[in-house]
Design a protein around this ligand. Structure first.
Ligand SMILES: Cc1cc2nc3c(=O)[nH]c(=O)nc-3n(C[C@H](O)[C@H](O)[C@H](O)COP(=O)(O)OP(=O)(O)OC[C@H]3O[C@@H](n4cnc5c(N)ncnc54)[C@H](O)[C@@H]3O)c2cc1C
Length: 320
């Protein structure tokens, strides 16, 4: 079976969920092998095996964390040359997209980004023009490099685990790839909540909240569901919530199982960042708000009445 390389995203020894999603997608089209940069591969081996990884190529060097993205693109180009895989899958995160672009240029290959599904013959599905159009595309030149949107694919363990055999990669990163050095890292404080682009549930608040203090209500609802918090640009521009949580065309793109839009009108620029969510639930006092066009479940009502009742009901169910 054709080998498909999956670039792992991880926090040391913890495999990020998106990597499991990529493995699930890769399994349907070939034999997945993981490319692991830095340390932690041994600790992650069991998890990678569970999701069907046949081989784990380990490039255990600090270069991959010390220098922005160029070393990872170089490593993948080296592995394409050595292994001739059928495709390379990366996460369509800001880092993954950049790796994909660099790799495509290095190898003269076609690249598809923001992919939301993979069909026969590695035909990729993409949601474009703010989600208004769904297109199918296939790479025709070189090794297909495919950046898959986090949460677009449901991660499922393999019917039979893979061997996840660790294989050390003998590769030295070039000086050219070490031009941009990481001089420091600040981990954003986000408490116990999941990362916005990776969360299965996202609860977002908009201008309807009326003030930054009222975002406490959105946080309470999010915490009752183990969800991430998002915000519309109207809310972040008003300084009610930090910009890093903005969902939309000029913010983050999310594709959770459940997206809750609270006091958000549904402007095209907001929809661009959330309309591939599997289920969309809306609370808005205006029945004409465009967000209802997208809603699977909508409540016309005052969020200050609806959301506390929702939190209470979720609490009761959690107890029972
Ligand atoms: C180039 C460009 C890029 C942009 N990028 C983004 C982006 O990335 N993300 C983004 O979100 N926007 C973006 N915008 C802005 C976008 O056009 C909208 O202005 C913005 O999304 C509106 O945010 P909102 O829905 O919170 O506010 P509004 O449009 O003001 O909607 C507020 C909603 O709250 C409802 N409401 C009010 N009070 C209550 C209540 N008590 N209970 C229930 N409902 C209530 C109202 O009925 C209304 O529907 C961009 C705009 C431009 C021009």
């Amino acid at each position: 079976m054709a080998e498909i390389l999956v670039l792992a995203e991880h926090d040391g020894d913890v495999v990020k969920k998106v990597t499991l999603e990529l493995l699930t997608a890769a399994r349907a089209h070939g034999e997945p092998s993981v490319v692991w940069t830095g340390d932690g591969a041994e600790a992650a081996q069991g998890r990678l095996a569970e999701f069907g990884a046949a081989t784990v190529y380990v490039a255990d060097s600090s270069d991959y964390a010390d220098y922005v993205v160029a070393p990872k693109a170089e490593l993948l180009a080296h592995l394409i040359e050595q292994k001739s895989p059928a495709a390379v899958l990366v996460a369509a995160t800001s880092e993954g997209r950049e790796v994909a672009g660099r790799l495509a240029v290095k190898t003269g290959s076609g690249v598809l980004t923001d992919v939301t599904g993979l069909g026969d013959g590695l035909t990729a599905e993409q949601s474009i023009f703010g989600g208004a159009i769904t297109v199918q595309s296939r790479v025709r030149t070189g090794t297909p490099i495919i950046a898959v949107r986090p949460n677009a694919i449901t991660p499922e363990p393999a019917a039979a685990p893979g061997a996840a055999a660790l294989e050390s990669v003998d590769f030295a990163v070039s000086d050219a790839a070490k031009i941009a050095k990481v001089t420091g890292k600040v981990v954003a404080e986000r408490g116990e909540r999941p990362e916005l682009t990776e969360a299965s549930i996202v609860v977002s608040g908009g201008r309807g909240l009326g003030s930054g203090e009222h975002f406490a209500l959105i946080e309470e609802l999010a915490d009752s569901l183990g969800a991430a918090v998002g915000a519309s640009r109207a809310a972040t521009d008003a300084g009610w919530y930090p910009h890093q949580f903005q969902v939309g065309q000029t913010g983050k793109t999310v594709s959770p199982q459940l997206y809750m839009a609270i006091g958000i009108s549904g402007a095209i620029q907001h929809r661009a960042g959330m309309q591939t969510a599997k289920t969309i639930m809306v609370v808005n006092k205006d029945p004409e708000a465009p967000i209802f066009e997208l809603a699977d479940f909508g409540v016309v009502g005052d969020l200050f009445k609806v959301v506390p009742q929702l939190i209470e009901e979720i609490g009761k169910r959690a107890e029972s």
